[in-house]
Design a protein around this ligand. Structure first.
Ligand code: ADP
Ligand code: MG
Length: 474
């Protein structure tokens, strides 16, 4: 293998690691080797049949997508069991072998879903769309208290018909990590593209920056408008990663063109529009002008349902993988918050079950779960909540806090609220100033110092502030 091949492989590995996370990467790709590459086929090998079939059934699409991102000419990834390989890079892979890596993974239902999507999928790729994971569809999305509204809105958006009036635009979904944003957005893309005449383009913010914008720039203004006209729904995931002035200008332009043209825009981010500090005010207010929905943490019942459906799906591929109900209940109780960790726990059980041949027991589950339990993440405190709670406590209104009034009964609560905003959130001083009626960051700094000093000498105030903190963090 040449040096540049090695570098390429290293870059593909880095992409994979970013997509699947460090743990999964180590578990499933740590022992993977790059054996050969020829024209449009890459051959990778794994040391055991189990690893090979696992990677094949769970990561074939991602693997191919990572290679394509690095080398667009790649059409196929072949996975082989290492002992079966003649480790000779001169052996060429025959270009006409069946597309095993992609072919053998789809259950019947998924295949049915895919076929009508083929043309849409091609258009999707031509416009620089990000790869879609067939498992992230509406029928695998479990609805519970925390995501009912987001799910209903997403479904409405996905199934609307061309030319129908758009109800909420943009639809903006925000939630912490692993709570189902990407799942919901990709479900919109799958379902929407399954409808004749409807085109949904799904992009991560990163793709938007490096793919879409570049593609648009290389075209004339007219071609740009044409391309946009072809899209009914533009879906952008992880908007918090959108960086850079010119990208933002491009984003703003696209957003306006689509919304004004009656096209649907769907956005997901890890925070509400008002907290996207790097975006300018006009974009922020445009984003906030549609429907903004937060998805809360997954409640226990929802976690259990997700686990049940995942376990059932895994059983379809791996006979003998039975997870007793009490084990599922145990995992649902132990692993709070994050959908990704639920997957992780189940993957570990499946791996132990397959590697040792032993049935899944509570003992095995306890071990699997142990590494995944992290101390509970601190709750995200919002500046609006701070303002609301402080205003209520000191019997002033929230608009008093934001106003320029300088009477003592308003000044102190305002300083306390700014102090709490600095200590309980990650917002910068200028951002806090902006959120308190457009004040300068030096005013915020002054308030923070003032309260810090007072707390040191005034027990009553110190207690009040402790109480406020508790109120906000519960
Ligand atoms: P986010 O994009 O918000 O970080 P993801 O959509 O990637 O989160 O979800 C993480 C994992 O949890 C995925 O495997 C996803 O399928 C699963 N998940 C999250 N919410 C749900 C849900 N309501 N139903 C089924 N699976 C879910
Ligand atoms: Mg996501």
């Amino acid at each position: 293998m040449s040096l540049s091949d090695k570098e390429q492989w290293a870059r593909v590995q880095a992409r994979l690691r970013a997509i699947v996370g460090e743990d999964n990467f180590k578990n499933w790709f740590g022992a993977m080797e790059h054996d050969a590459i020829s024209d449009d086929v890459v051959r990778l090998s794994l040391p055991t049949r189990f690893l090979k079939s696992w990677v094949q059934s769970h990561y074939a699409d991602k693997l191919l997508a990572c290679w394509k991102a690095e080398l667009p000419s790649i059409r196929r990834v072949d996975l082989v069991h290492r002992s079966a390989v003649l480790r000779d890079a001169t052996i060429k892979v025959k270009p006409n072998e069946p597309i095993e890596a992609v072919r053998d993974i789809k259950s019947g239902a998924e295949r049915e879903l895919r076929i009508p999507h083929q043309p849409a999928q091609a258009a999707h790729e031509a416009l620089g769309g990000s790869p879609l994971d067939p498992r992230l569809a509406f029928d695998t999305f479990v609805v519970g208290r925390s995501n009912t509204l987001a799910h209903a809105a997403a479904k409405q958006v996905a199934l609307a018909r061309r030319g129908e009036p758009v109800m909420f635009n943009p639809l903006y979904v925000h939630a912490g990590v692993g709570l189902g944003k990407t799942h919901l957005l990709q479900a919109i893309a799958w379902a929407g593209n399954g409808i004749a005449d409807r085109k949904v383009l799904y992009l991560t913010a990163e793709k938007f920056m490096y793919g879409f914008v570049a593609a648009l720039k290389s075209q004339t203004a007219l071609a740009f408008k044409e391309a946009l006209r072809g899209i009914d729904v533009l879906v952008i995931d992880d908007l918090q990663f959108l960086q850079g002035k010119s990208t933002q200008a491009e984003f703003c332009h696209t957003l306006n063109a689509l919304i004004d043209g009656g096209r649907q825009v769907v956005i997901a981010a890890d925070r509400p529009p008002s907290d996207l500090e790097s975006l300018d005010d006009r974009v922020r207010s445009r984003l906030a002008g549609g429907l903004v929905v937060e998805m809360g943490s997954l409640e226990e019942e929802l976690r259990l349902q997700i686990l049940k459906s995942r376990a059932a799906a895994a059983r379809a591929h791996h006979t003998g993988f039975d997870v007793p109900a009490p084990v599922l209940a145990f995992i649902a109780k132990q692993i709070t918050h994050n959908g990704r960790d639920l997957d992780g726990a189940l993957n570990r059980l499946l791996a132990s079950n397959k590697l040792t041949g032993l049935p899944v027991t509570m003992d095995m589950a306890e071990r699997a779960v142990r590494d995944l339990i992290r101390p509970q993440e601190p709750k995200r405190v919002k500046i609006e909540d701070i303002q609301r709670v402080v205003a209520r406590q000191y019997n002033v209104s929230r608009s008093d806090l934001l106003s320029s009034r300088r009477t003592a009964n308003v000044v102190r609560p305002r300083q306390i609220a700014m102090y709490l905003a600095k200590t309980l959130t990650l917002r910068s001083l200028p951002e806090i100033g902006r959120r308190f009626g457009g004040r300068d960051h030096t005013t915020v700094l002054h308030a923070v110092r003032k309260i810090e000093n007072l707390v040191g000498n005034d027990n009553v105030l110190a207690e009040e502030i402790e109480l406020l903190k508790r109120l906000l963090q519960e």
